[in-house]
Design a protein around this ligand. Structure first.
Ligand SMILES: Cc1ncc(COP(=O)(O)O)c(C=O)c1O
Length: 371
């Protein structure tokens, strides 16, 4: 699904030098590379504070801890997401409240979000799934009206631009109270191991996040809060500094591949291509389309025989997962989410897709569907 080796080969001299420099500096933890990466990402995102941490799941957890959410508080998020989003809510003994998505964009349905708000609701986590932003103007307006924190999960959409109704353009993850991202290797900005970060414009919140990510201390050995140990390694920061310089070019390569897929599949009665929303750019973490009638399993088998990988993100929505069952879901509508789980399929998407590969993939999909 991804070609990380091909991508590495193109930037090998820069990466190898940066890694060797860290090794010979011995500043493996919180070294200058981490601070430089933090400053460079702040500049790229046009945000006051970036706080690097160990992974995207930790970023979400630390955000919820820093916002002072307490056991029993309800946190609303989309059921059509990677489990990490809901997992940290439950782990902190908060109550995950899963809601329906907009089937066109795969992101949280603002109407379903507002309907799920109760006096116990303290936060919402819009997930910018597959690389396109959720409807942030509507979500932030609803959140403001009900005095609810907005924690953006931008693990799949770093670099996407969102245009607000007033015409101002903002990076994904910088519109809510706090943004959380992952630098998992296959992410659009991925390192060579685990990594993550939080973003905020709020000075006080940033200080609290920094403290919680560092064992609850802002002065060494004085622990004012219960915290965690969540750090980005210097080696990963060194890799990320180089890859950040290429991030926009990577997004352009992903968009070029997506445009090829779109052109090949547009208008086909068996395929619904991913929607592009005018207010958000798409950075195509995934190219995920919907099959209207064909057997997804058979298509996957057909592609596999030709050596073409495909994936299903996600087969089972979170509200139907054993660990997340809740009686309240019995009376809620999840028809779009459940339909998506039955019909979506993701095709290979990365920065190194050649026209030849795209031709083979698209002609194979069409060969199967037109049989
Ligand atoms: C939407 C979403 N949220 C959170 C995460 C968690 O990130 P990590 O794997 O770095 O913990 C991921 C990563 O897969 C993700 O896709």
């Amino acid at each position: 699904m991804v070609d990380l080796i091909g991508q590495y080969e193109k930037i090998k001299p820069e990466i190898d030098r940066a890694i060797l420099d860290v090794i010979s500096s011995s500043a493996y933890i919180n070294g200058p590379e981490v601070k430089s990466f933090q400053a460079e990402l702040e500049k790229y995102l046009k945000i006051k504070h970036v706080i690097p941490c160990a992974n995207g799941t930790d970023a979400l957890q630390i955000a919820m801890m820093a916002l002072g959410l307490e056991p029993g508080d309800e946190v609303i998020t989309a059921s059509f997401t990677y489990v990490a989003t809901a997992e940290v809510i439950a782990l902190l003994r908060l109550k995950p409240v899963l809601v329906e998505v907009n089937p066109k964009t795969f992101t949280i349905d603002p109407v379903a979000f507002e309907k799920a708000i109760t006096p116990k609701t303290k936060a919402v986590v819009p997930v910018h799934l597959f690389g396109q932003c959720a409807e942030m103007d509507k979500i932030t307006a609803i959140a403001k009206k009900h005095n609810i924190f907005v924690i953006e999960d931008t693990a799949q959409a770093i670099g996407a631009d969102y245009t607000l109704p007033d015409g101002t353009v903002h990076k994904a993850g910088t519109l809510g109270d706090v943004g959380c991202t992952s630098f998992f290797p296959s992410k659009n900005l991925g390192c060579y191991g685990d990594g993550g970060a939080l973003f905020t414009n709020n000075d006080q919140l940033a200080a609290k996040i920094r403290m919680i990510a560092n064992h609850g201390q802002s002065v060494q050995y004085y622990h004012d809060e219960i915290g965690v140990n969540s750090r980005l390694d210097s080696l990963q920061a060194a890799v990320l500094r180089i890859k950040l310089r290429h991030l926009d070019e990577y997004a352009a390569a992903r968009n070029k591949a997506a445009a090829y897929y779109d052109k090949a599949f547009q208008g086909h009665p068996g395929i619904v291509i991913p929607a592009r929303e005018p207010q958000s750019t798409h950075v195509f973490h995934q190219y995920t389309m919907m099959l209207t009638s064909a057997s997804r399993d058979q298509l996957r088998e057909f592609l596999k025989e030709k050596g073409i990988p495909s994936m299903i993100y996600y087969t089972v929505p979170v509200h139907l997962q054993k660990a997340y069952t809740d009686d309240r879901y019995k009376t809620m509508n999840f028809s779009s989410t459940e339909d998506l789980c039955r019909k979506v399929i993701s095709l290979p998407m990365h920065t190194e897709l050649s026209e030849e590969s795209l031709k083979t993939i698209t002609s194979s999909v069409l060969e199967f569907l037109n049989k």
